[in-house]
Write a protein that binds this ligand. Structure first.
Ligand code: AMP
Ligand code: MN
Ligand code: MN
Ligand code: MN
Length: 280
């Protein structure tokens, strides 16, 4: 009898408790395995701290790809670059990580100061304690605002106080695009422009960003990220073809309660594209 082969499931964008994800690396690996993921990249915000545990927890038939999601700024906007298949012990990468963590901490202190304008005590000490060793970010502040009864949920916290252009959206010096890409390359990784559709740019603007990303040495683009419409996938695939970028796919998983971003839930890449894993 002929064996029925199923497509290999890649999920190359996920978060753990090393940044703003809800699951430990071990829990994430188990969940991804349950969902039939074959290749899982752990890509926490500005840290590789979850990679070693994920690799140790790796189940049979599940390959772990060490990764990172770096924050950077382009044209005054916050842009994310995913580094895949990096050596998490590379000194240049780790020095970049340290720089970004200093920026994160300074930013968190400023977010705390600004939120006192809402008539609450400076949340920084409490939020920093809750975050512990994790890369501190706006989701930690959102949780605090929910906790203190300032807002009813995380979505409201972002909409009113933490989202783009709001009081707690502190634009502080993330590393430049070229630096972030250079750190990823130093660690033998592939640099991928993350979730292009989430920036809510016009296609003209997005193509400018993608061109600058290529000029800075970028390698790939997330053609599929989480649940998106076929139309978005088609447009992003066009960008990948036109700029000869490799294509990546990931859920951007943060929390099991977010049904739209289960590990491995985002489908397949258009077949004609060159996948980021081609050279692995
Ligand atoms: P930061 O790393 O501090 O810039 O925070 C960015 C993170 O906040 C993203 O990676 C998401 O996990 C989360 N986030 C951004 N916007 C929203 C939103 N509207 N609702 C919930 N979480 C969000
Ligand atoms: Mn996040
Ligand atoms: Mn992101
Ligand atoms: Mn992400």
């Amino acid at each position: 009898m002929a064996r029925i082969m199923r497509a290999v499931i890649f999920d190359l964008h996920t978060h753990t408790t090393a940044s703003d994800g809800a699951l430990t690396p071990t829990e994430l690996v188990h969940l991804a395995h349950e969902h039939g993921v074959d290749v899982l990249a752990v890509t926490d915000h500005d840290t590789v701290a979850g990679c070693a545990e994920a690799m140790d927890a790796s189940e049979k038939n599940l390959n772990i790809v060490p990764g990172i999601e770096f924050s950077t700024t382009w044209a005054g906007r916050s842009i994310h670059i995913v580094g895949l298949n990096v050596d998490p012990e590379n000194p240049e990468l780790l020095s970049g990580v340290k720089e970004q963590q200093c920026t994160r901490d300074a930013r968190a202190r400023e977010i705390g100061r600004r939120l006192t304008r809402l008539g609450i005590d400076d949340p920084y000490p409490a939020v920093s304690q809750t975050a512990g060793d994790a890369a501190i970010g706006r989701p930690h502040f959102a949780a605090h605002l929910v906790d203190k009864g300032v807002v009813k949920d995380t979505a409201t916290a972002f909409r009113k106080y933490l989202g783009s252009g709001k009081l707690g959206d502190v634009k502080l010096g993330w590393a430049a695009l070229a630096d972030v890409i250079a750190w990823i390359h130093a660690a033998s990784g592939v640099a991928v422009l993350a979730h292009p559709a989430k920036y809510k740019m016009t296609m003209t603007k997005l193509r400018l960003l993608a061109a600058d990303f290529v000029a800075a040495g970028g390698d790939g683009i997330e053609v599929v990220c989480g649940q998106q419409t076929p139309d978005v996938t088609r447009r992003l695939a066009d960008v990948a073809r036109d700029l000869d970028l490799a294509a990546s796919i990931g859920s951007d998983f943060h929390h099991p309660a977010q049904s739209w971003s289960r590990p491995g839930s985002c489908g397949l890449l258009p077949k004609d594209l060159r996948p980021v894993w081609e050279s692995w």
